[in-house]
Design a protein around this ligand. Structure first.
Ligand code: HEM
Length: 195
């Protein structure tokens, strides 16, 4: 009988990341929706703080030389300054203490964190639409949820192709999966801490 492990071994690296973190994603998705981020400005402000802490944690990865070499165009992708501009639109101070921010221990785990951050832009299409209820958009308050200029799907396909072109060893891939799992766990823990 095919085990879960066998199945994971026959998948492409990007699919492996998706497959290994599916339940982590779905529980984060549920928890975010339970927090009703688009009910009113106060809830949306909490959501922005959460996104800010997450994007602060991944921001250094976008500046890393090795990662930039593996993911051409990476330097143009971080959404930290867009989140900060959204906070500013809502007249919120971007106050975060250093112990709220995650530190990613190595390059291979960093790939998993990047996967989590870049993939979050796919689901953000739904979140972006929801922000319209609060009258936010790409110009005001919801800049960080706006689509990449080349479109969400083409951008995601390009990132997936870059992941699949990495030819990592099995151990390195496992590290990346750990990074992605930790990134989802961090997001969830931060969400709970802000509740
Ligand atoms: C309410 C919140 C969220 C909703 C409704 C949502 C929804 C979605 C949807 C519909 C997809 C596309 C799935 C597919 O095409 O198979 C997706 C993909 C993804 N989302 Fe979310 N998402 C949410 C939050 C997040 C968060 C907070 C993160 C990261 C911290 C995240 C990370 C990802 C990743 C990495 C993918 C790519 C999966 C893959 O194809 O490999 N999502 N999301």
């Amino acid at each position: 009988m095919e085990t879960l492990q066998d199945k994971a071994e026959t998948l492409s690296f990007a699919k492996k990341l998706k497959y290994s973190t599916r339940t982590n994603h779905d529980s984060v998705d549920q928890l975010v929706m339970q927090s009703e981020p688009f009910l009113n400005n106060e809830n949306y402000a909490k959501f922005l703080r959460l996104q800010h802490i997450f994007h602060l944690s991944v921001a250094p990865l976008y500046q890393n030389d090795d990662l930039q070499e593996w993911f051409p165009g990476l330097a143009d992708l971080p959404r930290l300054s867009a989140v900060e501009s959204d906070l500013n639109d809502l007249q919120l101070e971007p106050n975060v203490s250093p112990d709220q921010v995650a530190t990613v221990p190595n390059l291979f785990q960093a790939i998993g964190w990047l996967y989590c951050a870049e993939g979050s832009n796919i689901g953000a299409s739904f979140l972006y639409k929801e922000t319209q209820k609060l009258n936010f958009d790409a110009q005001y308050g919801a800049k960080h949820l706006a689509a990449h200029p080349e479109g969400r799907a083409p951008h995601w396909r390009k990132f997936v192709a870059q992941l699949d072109a990495l030819s990592l060893t099995e151990e390195q891939e496992m590290e990346a999966v750990k990074g992605a799992t930790d990134a989802f766990a961090f997001y969830k823990q931060t969400l709970k801490s802000l509740a």
